[in-house]
Design a protein. Structure first.
Length: 95
């Protein structure tokens, strides 16, 4: 199961997608759809917040890699998720 919540932070001029649950299987496509809708409608900084993600499969990692290359900032907490973000971005995640 996956829950995606979009938030706009007025002071920071950012749009964030808070992702909760498992980024796997058909849910990877759901995040991709949300990202495409967001990127079409906004020209602000976009953040993918993975703080409440419990598992990411290979397809999820591939999608996150693409989103990062398209300009998304990816935030994570927890050892597994931070490790995946570090692998994608090539730098340590600042909490």
């Amino acid at each position: 199961m996956l829950k995606i919540t979009g938030r706009y932070c007025v002071g920071e001029e950012t749009i964030s997608l808070l992702v909760e649950g498992r980024l796997t299987g058909p849910w990877v496509n759901e995040l991709d759809i949300c990202w495409r809708q967001l990127s079409k409608s906004q020209q602000r900084t976009a953040v993918i917040d993975l703080s409440d993600v419990t598992f990411i499969d290979d397809a999820g990692k591939t999608l996150l890699r693409r989103l990062w290359s398209e300009g998304a900032t990816i935030r994570a907490s927890g050892c597994m998720t931070r490790g995946i973000v570090e692998e994608i971005t090539g730098k340590q995640n600042q909490c």
